[in-house]
Design a protein around this ligand. Sequence first.
Ligand code: GRF
Length: 220
Amino acid sequence: MTIELAVLVSGRGSNLAALLDAIDAGGCDARITHVIADRDCPALAIARARAVRGSIVAPRDHASREAWDGALADAIGDAPWIVLAGFARIVGARVVERYEGRLINVHPSLLPAFVGRDAPAQAIAAGVRISGCTVHLVDRGVDDGAILAQAAVEVRADDDPASLHARIQRREHVVLPAVVHAIACGELTIEAGRPRWRDPSGGAWLERAAPSDEDADPTR
Ligand code: GRF
């Protein structure tokens, strides 16, 4: 069953583009009904170029954080699923409570390691050999909700934060649409805030479906 999504963005919008591409290619049974940004950003331009409704709900246009949070909830409205695809702000209690269990985030590390900003830089500074991406539910904590899917990425000796982030994003662009599709086809359900996969491997197929480093552009 096709599911409807509101997508929250702040930045470049490569995850938004990956979702739209997967939908157009028939690999993600979803429809993006609204893209909401906290600022003018390239992601919003992608939405508009692809005939998806786009709006800005900027904190500076609201008297308080609570007022902004309320305006964000109003903009999301009755969207059944909400994807935070590079949304650079912590959503407030009003949004989290209203949409709990239906709010999905993508983060560029293997959570619970490296929460918050600059996760690829944190991974390099910590000297880990493997990092990756996590698609998870949003709860009241920061990068803290139940994990839906992850994919691992090798950290290379010559990586800088930008090169590692670029390889992690290649995985994000596969795993995020795959999670949305899994929800749409009933493979993945959220029961009492906990993810439940229909297949006994717990959705491990999805993590393997992500492209491997060997597929990466050798010039990058
Ligand atoms: C992604 O790496 C995501 O994990 C993080 O923000 C980045 C957004 O990138 N939350 P983009 O705007 O989708 O290109």
